[in-house]
Design a protein around this ligand. Structure first.
Ligand SMILES: [Fe+2]
Length: 183
């Protein structure tokens, strides 16, 4: 398997872990506990920014290369891009709900857990689609030069889009959340 795909799959696993922590926090809130703002906002930072900065740019590059090398297989690209947008919309709604709770505005406690579950369901389905359709198609259709471009850019520390600096920061943040959230 290409190192690029291995990295993307690991990102997915790390997202799955955070979904569990986030769901647990919002379930506790729906049952009357205080919302752990620090925890929820830290998870939001990760869930909003990590994909945008470190994950989707790589997927977008692969989707473009896939469409170029194999137009038919590239059909999945539109679906994937739409889902990225849909996921962004759901998580923005969740961020607004958290803000409402913070400002003590009236809001049903179960709204938060419902939004997290909606997000979780779509994201799990989406990652499954990427892992079973998109990534295998990319591995089949991309040529070595495509992988070389992206791997070279990922190794370049100064590369603002594919460099691994932000990736390392978020990896550290993920560890903090899991250590703390697994209490
Ligand atoms: Fe992905």
């Amino acid at each position: 398997m290409s190192q690029v795909i291995a990295k993307l799959q690991e990102d997915h696993r790390r997202m799955t872990v955070l979904l569990e922590v986030l769901e647990r926090e919002t379930v506790a809130f729906s049952k009357g506990e205080n919302l752990n703002f620090f925890m929820v906002e830290t998870i939001l930072d990760y869930i909003v920014n990590f994909p945008q900065r470190c994950h989707h740019p790589i997927e977008n590059f692969l989707l473009k290369s896939l469409t170029r090398r194999n137009y038919e297989a590239g059909a999945v690209a539109a679906e994937i891009l739409n889902e990225h947008e849909e996921l962004t919309n759901i998580i923005s709604r969740f961020a607004k709900e958290v803000e409402q709770v913070k400002l003590e505005e009236p809001i049903l406690r179960e709204n938060l857990v419902n939004t997290v579950r909606e997000y979780k369901e779509l994201l799990l389905e989406h990652m499954h689609k990427e892992e079973t359709i998109f990534f295998p198609a990319a591995e089949q259709s991309l040529i070595q030069a495509d992988w070389d471009v992206i791997e070279t850019r990922m190794r370049d520390k100064g590369d603002p889009v594919f460099g691994r600096e932000a990736d390392r920061e978020y990896r550290a943040l993920h560890k903090v959340i899991v250590d703390w959230g697994g209490r």
